[in-house]
Ligand binder design. Structure first.
Ligand SMILES: [Zn+2]
Ligand SMILES: [Zn+2]
Length: 105
């Protein structure tokens, strides 16, 4: 029997554990919890802001918007993220990848 596609509640969010790109011979851990869903078209996106981990004597700030919901086979969904951190100490980093799944689509 086909699984029904259940709409995710708008107050759901996503976590992610990733690393920034390597620039100036270092990367930072990026541990993020996104904001709630923002309806967009027939999908939704998430906003997020915060700081990457303070490592190598500095941190970076970021504000980001996810891509639309990407449905998974089990009825959950993820989002793609691709953004740049703030420019500090002569460099910035890129963060990209998918976040952790949340129930619904
Ligand atoms: Zn979502
Ligand atoms: Zn850095």
């Amino acid at each position: 029997m086909a699984r029904q596609n259940v709409q995710s509640p708008l107050d759901h969010n996503h976590g992610s554990v990733s690393h920034t790109s390597c620039d100036h011979n270092h990367a930072h851990q990026c541990l993020d919890i996104s904001g709630p869903a923002i309806p967009m078209g027939n999908s939704h996106v998430h906003r997020s802001e915060g700081y990457v981990l303070y490592e190598h004597g500095h941190a970076h700030y970021y504000q980001a918007l996810s891509g639309p919901s990407i449905p998974l086979e089990n009825g959950w969904h993820v989002h793609n993220w691709n953004f740049y951190t703030s420019f500090d100490k002569g460099h910035r980093h890129q963060v990209s990848g998918v976040d952790m799944p949340a129930p619904g689509i």
